[in-house]
Design a protein around this ligand. Structure first.
Ligand code: SF4
Length: 385
């Protein structure tokens, strides 16, 4: 396992203008929230974090949420200044911020750019206004076009958008239209997620009541396959189950997670992984603020047993279409090979044709074409339960 300081930094801003109907992230409706006190607490957490685990060099930063772009321009400036005060950000670091098209005017984007952000991931989800409303998004399609234009005016070129499929009432044709319109924007990165109905969401309540008209499973699969075909035809590299990039624009921060490498995680509800331990921070805003005034605001910290870390390595590593290899495996688990630990599971999924062997880097495995839409089945084979 890695003992060096993480080179990746995640910071959570847990506020949103509204709560989307499918969302189970740590996010709270902004109105009435003590945002400045939260930023103070975040700064305390930064200070305590670098004291307890001094960073060497940060190569990727990801500010997620929530909706980080609900911060006002002065709050944004102050927040980004504190990040740079505590963490030595490499001059070529990838610095991503999530943004909501309804919350990004030119002034804010300019503050983000001046503060070091160089990549924006927009939560667009769909180019169908009716559908956007049905899933509880606050923005419409016009906001998307305006935000992308503003981002370009502010000097951003490394832009990504998220789209969703398998939404209630969504047809394959609607999705196809959304993807065409997304591609017309000419961005270097697209993330495409299938809807998951999570507990404690409005959609879950509707689902339980049989009032959520999800597309049939075969349509959902057709949507996913259509996305892959369209993106590949446009020259995108399908580098992770849900992610597509023009070469050189893969999300370096997310690759840290998929390689099971350590990362700092700060903010309410944030997770982090360092020195063989995973932590989760306190989720509620006021409890987080109160705790951060006294100590590191942890809800829990747990050592990750080696076998569990190996399972994580396989589960997240196989999400990348390049797969996993023995060079990286033995760098994290000296003296072990993928075959010596997972011989039986490998045999099962190889014989089902769901993964295939790869050459180079000590040899490895990746999802086969048949295995890509059945990823969860494959990952499950490496978990001992
Ligand atoms: S904008 Fe994102 S984090 Fe906020 S409620 Fe919607 S899905 Fe959740």
């Amino acid at each position: 396992m890695f003992n060096h300081a993480p080179k990746a930094l995640y910071i959570h801003i847990p506020f949103c203008t509204n709560k989307c109907h499918y969302c189970d992230f740590t996010s709270y409706v902004l109105r009435g929230q003590p945002v400045d006190a939260y930023l103070d607490a975040l700064e305390s957490e930064m200070e305590r974090t670098v004291e307890s685990l001094p960073p060497e060099e940060i190569l990727t930063v990801f500010v997620g949420g929530g909706t980080p772009t609900v911060l006002t321009p002065p709050q944004m400036e102050r927040f980004l200044t504190s990040v740079k005060k505590y963490f030595p950000i490499h001059p070529d670091a990838e610095f991503t911020m999530e943004a909501n098209p309804g919350t990004t005017d030119l002034e804010k984007l300019t503050a983000m750019k001046a503060g070091g952000v160089n990549r924006i991931s927009f939560g667009v989800q769909s180019f169908d206004n009716g559908l956007l409303e049905r899933i509880g998004r606050i923005h419409n399609v016009e906001d998307v076009y305006r935000s992308i234009e503003n981002a370009r005016t502010a000097g951003f070129s490394n832009l990504s958008i998220d789209l969703m499929f398998g939404l209630p009432g969504q047809s394959v044709e609607q999705l196809s239209d959304s993807v065409n319109r997304a591609l017309q924007l000419g961005l270097p990165h697209y993330s495409l997620y299938g809807l998951k109905v999570e507990e404690n969401t409005l959609f879950h309540t509707l689902y339980e009541r049989n009032e959520l008209p999800l597309p049939p499973e075969e349509d959902e699969l057709a949507m996913y396959m259509l996305l892959i075909d369209k993106l590949k035809a446009e020259g995108f590299h399908h580098y992770e189950i849900s992610n597509f990039a023009k070469p050189g624009h893969e999300s370096r921060h997310n690759i840290t997670y998929w390689r099971n490498e350590p990362y700092y995680g700060l903010g309410a509800g944030a997770h982090g992984y360092a020195r063989g331990e995973r932590h989760v921070n306190i989720k509620g805003i006021q409890p987080y603020i109160d705790a951060a005034a006294q100590r590191l605001p942890r809800l829990e910290t747990n050592p990750v047993p080696e076998h569990e870390a190996m399972e994580d390595f396989m589960m997240v590593g196989l999400r990348m279409l390049e797969g996993v290899n023995n060079d990286r495996f033995s760098a994290q688990f000296p003296g072990q090979t993928i075959e010596s630990v997972f011989g039986e599971a490998l045999e099962t999924v190889l014989s089902q044709g769901l993964i295939e062997h790869t050459e180079g880097s000590g040899g490895g495995y990746r999802l086969s074409e048949k295995g890509i839409p059945l990823g969860n089945e494959v990952f499950g084979a490496f978990i001992s339960g």
